[in-house]
Design a protein around this ligand. Structure first.
Ligand SMILES: [Mn+2]
Length: 306
């Protein structure tokens, strides 16, 4: 039976890279496989695709009898309505394991809480000694770089670094210069701010109604002087539309290595500052080093556990 590799709606670099590369790996092992995604792909993915002239080949639909492989997620709420739970055969992910998996023991699962799920697929190519295409190597490399903020965030594991290194060796076109160009281009967000903010999903692991988005840009202070008003408008709109009590966005400066958390209101700022000790001024808190949303959310989940 055909396998369809898929991820969350509006996929990012990690999700796209896993779909593309894992489909290739399955094909090279003689299995019939395709990938499928819905929604708009993140701007960063478009930039990488254009820079390296890579074309995606998304199939039109998932059939009723397709076997499903989930990558970079194990959360049913983030998926296309055409994904049938009972058809899921495999999961490769780096997010907390959801409880529905406890009752579905025949699914092949690899979940490791490392920097990027792309690392896990790169490792399979390397360990199984299967030749990786230029395209898969580039996509997986930028999947790792994107998820780990150029290997800078604390969640970056030794394995993420090793696999990024290995992928870079496979493709001479990958240079630090191109990577910086990608980061700078990615910061020119303009009218896709709401999608890029990733604040649409309430955190299902918390007892409070919480959503923290994330923006990854080249120069956060300049960026905020330009866009803070728009960001605040979006936080208000999403809070009302999705009925979220605590909403904020973590703005990571990928060039200069710090973060600024923008909280919608005092109560959100208080929850964050009580949990991780950030000091807010005008509902903004700047950190000395690059802090990712995952690190902050991990602490908050520990306090407001469901
Ligand atoms: Mn990921």
């Amino acid at each position: 039976m055909r396998k369809v590799v898929t991820t969350y709606i509006n996929p990012d670099m990690d999700g796209i890279s896993l779909m593309y590369a894992y489909t290739e790996l399955l094909n090279k092992k003689g299995e019939q496989a395709n990938y499928y995604f819905e929604g708009t792909i993140k701007k960063e993915v478009e930039i990488v695709l254009n820079k390296f002239n890579i074309k995606l080949n998304n199939i039109n639909k998932i059939e009723n009898d397709d076997n499903i492989v989930l990558v970079d997620t194990n959360y049913l709420t983030e998926l296309s309505k055409y994904v049938k739970k009972e058809n899921i055969v495999e999961i490769i992910d780096h997010h907390n394991r959801d409880s529905w998996l406890d009752d579905n023991t025949d699914i092949k699962i690899q979940i490791e809480l490392i920097g990027a799920a792309a690392t896990l697929v790169a490792e399979r190519f390397k360990n199984e000694n299967i030749g990786i295409s230029r395209e898969s190597a580039i996509l997986l490399y930028y999947g790792i770089i994107s998820n780990t903020m150029n290997l800078k965030i604390k969640l970056t594991s030794k394995k993420d670094i090793e696999m990024a290194d290995w992928l870079k060796q496979q493709v001479p076109e990958i240079t630090d210069k191109i990577t910086t160009e990608i980061f700078v281009e990615k910061s020119e967000i303009g009218n896709s701010l709401r999608e890029e903010m990733e604040v649409e999903f309430k955190d299902q692991f918390m007892s409070i109604s919480w959503s923290m988005g994330q923006l990854e840009v080249a120069n956060v202070e300049d960026f905020l002087s330009k866009y803070e008003k728009d960001i605040r408008k979006i936080l208000n709109t999403v809070s009302e539309e999705n009925d979220v009590d605590y909403i904020s966005v973590n703005c990571m400066d990928i060039i200069n290595g710090y973060s600024i958390v923008v909280a919608r209101d005092e109560k959100t700022a208080k929850v964050i500052s009580d949990a991780v000790g950030f000091e807010f001024k005008d509902l903004k808190a700047k950190t000395n080093e690059l802090v990712s949303r995952k690190e902050i959310v991990k602490v908050i989940r520990g306090i407001y556990i469901k």
